[in-house]
Design a protein around this ligand. Structure first.
Ligand code: ADP
Ligand code: MG
Length: 701
């Protein structure tokens, strides 16, 4: 029996059950069965009496099976049992797997485990587990595992107890063989990190001899999952790095120096300085940079990106910024132009709507190097867009671009691929960054420019609408501006109603309260033509309107420093990340700013928690950690394609500590032995080779 042997050959399984296990749980091999870990344990040393049952928590009883009889006709057949201990009698009921259960013997002492139900003042158990008292299996177990099963499996005797039985059969085979479960972590690491051996950990996770052993087994298995993922990912990253020659930008020239010494109107934060240095070091190393720059909204990423673009320019190369939307691209254009014009740098914007002669001229100027910085949307990727020599690509708002699109930017320079800097304003929890983006280098701006006052956040209900109007009027009377944001509503949710219905209804109410000509209102939503949308945005940005009512379109990043109040309608419909992004749109001018979250009275537990977090903190990392805990890694943007969801036991939220340990261990090993060719790392090399996945861990950028 080997780990890759089909489960069919385990005693008590056979072809029919094997087929069912394959179909229901995707278990084909012995290894997969071993990796079907219990999700909790029953403490076999704890017994209750029937009299002591007071709620519906699962209990363990010891008693005698008094009777067992089948009642009902063929279609509604049930098996009813009477079970007695010293304190009382309970009824047992089975609807399924009757054939299997009816092999129980009356008059014999059993240990019963199950969830009691109260029914007409009496207690009964539906589908309890029964095990002969004093049997070897029952006595051997302090804690016994409870396994995920399905109805179909249970009806064929493969309930939790059945699972334990076949696992037991498998272990008794493996036990007799030499090295049946080959170790994959070298002894020196097991010692150093106090980890159980592989076989021991598998045995103990299924059939623990104590609570401590469960923990030890858990630690080993979770570590192993994280460790091999990290080892594979970091090894790939090192190979790619070593293999891809990059442009070497060692020179810091006039552009950078002039800007830094003469045009920078404020001091950089320590975090900004540190990140600029990290990027500079990458660009000077001779290898291609692939770096993720994280920083909360307003932390000053643009200036960091700009200064690194200046280094490319100082080395006679061009630079490009790619943004996910036209609006965002034009905003980048205005902020970059403001910094670049005084230095005499030629900047241009390329989007899908720039056509004809204008486009031709632009493309010509790009090719001959007249244009030094090109800003644009995904239009930059098109093959007709040819640079003279592209030194760095800054990709803003990471998660909106696909991997393939970014890879295409690699081809935009002939001699060597340009350096890639991916910027994201969605803070990614460290744990997630380590797994999902583990193959990119990460820089973090974890400090806000001085003088920023955190946005004050309130949670209000419809009945407090007048108070909200009051805050709006107050802001406007100070010459400030206000956003009102509505969630997008899926067509299917309200049949026949448009996605902008709430916005339109809201508009009527706002217009009544804020009449013309004293007040001017802009309205922006996804159903508008993009020219109209832009025109409305521009009116607001110029201060011609005081109120901007919009569906989430503004989320992508308008910058109106004069806006100091944001009202978010139906805030419970937004996720934490989105709320945080939205809120980041106010308070950009440096003064005090407020955000009001409007919700229904009836809120789910999650919804309430989200509102509380938002009122408590403005720290994007704290919010994203909370989001991760709330929704799990599967729902955080950018994680789906990364393979981090394939863990069987490990949980990046609960097991952060082991994740860090695994990453650190992998790093240390690879630093000493990048190709794992040392004798002491032989097991690692072999294990990676045999488990190489076809999917692999694709590059993120
Ligand atoms: P992000 O892109 O990270 O959301 P921006 O780069 O747009 O943030 O910066 C937000 C605002 O803060 C800009 O107006 C920028 O000029 C300003 N800013 C950036 N760094 C500093 C700093 N160190 N001190 C003061 N203001 C800064
Ligand atoms: Mg920005």
């Amino acid at each position: 029996m080997r780990l890759d042997t089909s489960i069919e050959y385990i005693k008590g399984v056979g072809p029919a059950k094997a087929d069912l296990l394959r179909k229901e749980l995707g278990i084909f091999s012995c290894l997969q069965l071993l990796q079907h870990y219990p999700f909790r344990y029953i403490d076999r040393t704890k017994f209750t009496t029937i009299q002591q049952i007071y709620n519906e928590e699962p209990v363990q009883l010891k008693g005698v099976l008094l009777s067992l009889k089948t009642i009902g006709d063929r279609r509604k057949k049930r098996l009813i049992g009477q079970f007695r201990d010293g304190s009382g009698v309970v009824e047992l009921v089975w609807f399924k797997g009757i054939q299997w259960v009816s092999k129980l013997e009356t008059g014999v002492e059993y240990v019963l485990y199950g969830k009691p139900n109260r029914f007409n003042g009496k207690v009964n158990f539906v589908h309890p587990e029964l095990e002969r008292s004093g049997s070897a299996q029952q006595k051997a177990q302090f804690l016994s595992g409870v396994y995920h099963s399905t109805e179909k499996l249970s009806s064929k005797g493969l309930d939790a107890k059945g699972m334990r039985r076949i696992l037991m059969a498998l272990f008794s085979k493996l036990h007799k063989q030499q090295n049946a479960v080959p170790e994959n972590i070298p002894g020196y690491l097991l010692d150093e990190l106090s980890l159980l051996g592989r076989y021991q950990s598998l045995l103990q996770i299924h059939f623990p001899t104590s609570q401590q052993q469960v923990q030890a087994a858990n630690k080993r298995i979770v570590f192993e999952e994280f460790f091999f993922m990290q080892l594979r990912m970091l090894k790939n990253k090192m190979q790619v790095k070593a293999g891809v020659q990059g442009l070497r930008f060692e020179k810091i020239g006039d552009y950078f120096n002039n800007f830094y010494h003469q045009h920078l109107s404020f001091g950089l934060t320590q975090a900004q300085k540190r990140v600029i240095k990290e990027i500079r070091a990458d660009m000077g190393s001779g290898l291609q940079m692939n770096r993720l720059l994280q920083g909360d909204v307003g932390s000053g990423k643009t200036i960091v990106a700009f200064m690194n673009m200046l280094i490319a320019l100082d080395n006679d190369f061009q630079a490009a910024i790619m943004a996910p939307t036209e609006i965002l691209a034009s905003q980048h254009l205005s902020s970059i132009e403001a910094m670049a014009n005084p230095l005499g740098i030629k900047v241009a914007l390329l989007t899908g709507s720039i056509k004809g002669k204008k486009r031709e001229t632009l493309l010509e100027d790009l090719k001959n190097g007249t244009i030094q910085i090109l800003i644009g949307t995904h239009a930059l990727i098109e093959p007709t867009v040819v640079f003279q020599n592209l030194g760095i690509v800054v990709v803003d708002e990471q998660h909106r671009f696909g991997v393939v699109q970014r890879a295409k930017m690699w081809m935009k320079n002939k001699e060597a691929p340009p350096h890639i800097l991916v910027m994201t304003a969605t803070p990614i929890p460290r744990t997630l960054a380590m797994t999902a983006y583990g193959d990119l280098d990460v820089s973090v701006i974890d400090e806000m420019p001085p003088g920023r006052i955190p946005v004050k956040t309130f949670h209000k209900f419809e009945s407090q609408r007048l108070w909200v109007f009051g805050r709006m009027k107050e802001a406007i009377s100070k010459g400030h501006q206000v956003y009102i944001v509505y969630p997008l509503i899926e067509e299917s949710e309200y049949e026949g109603l448009s996605e902008v219905k709430d916005l339109m209804v809201g508009y009527e109410a706002i217009e009544r309260e804020f009449p013309k000509p004293q007040y001017q209102i802009s309205v922006v939503h996804g159903r508008q033509r993009s020219e109209d949308k832009d025109a409305e945005m521009v009116r607001f940005a110029k201060g011609e309107t005081q109120i901007l009512m919009a569906t989430t379109v503004i989320e992508v990043g308008v910058n109106v420093p004069n806006a100091t109040l944001m009202v978010i309608e139906n805030a419970e419909r937004f996720g934490l990340a989105q709320l945080h992004q939205l809120r980041g749109r106010v308070g950009r001018g440096g003064g005090e700013a407020n955000c009001i979250l409007m919700t229904d009275y009836k809120l789910s537990k999650d919804g309430k928690f989200r509102m509380e977090i938002m009122c408590q903190t403005t720290d994007g990392f704290k919010i994203s950690e909370a989001d991760l805990k709330l929704r799990g890694p599967g729902n955080i943007e950018g994680t789906q394609q990364s393979g981090i969801l394939n863990f069987k036991l490990a949980d990046i939220v609960k097991d952060t500590h082991l994740l860090q340990m695994a990453r650190q261990t992998a790093l240390t090993i690879l630093q000493e032995d990048p190709s794992l060719s040392l004798q002491k790392n032989k097991l690692l090399r072999e294990y990676l080779a045999t488990t190489a996945t076809k999917k692999g861990f694709g590059r993120i950028s």
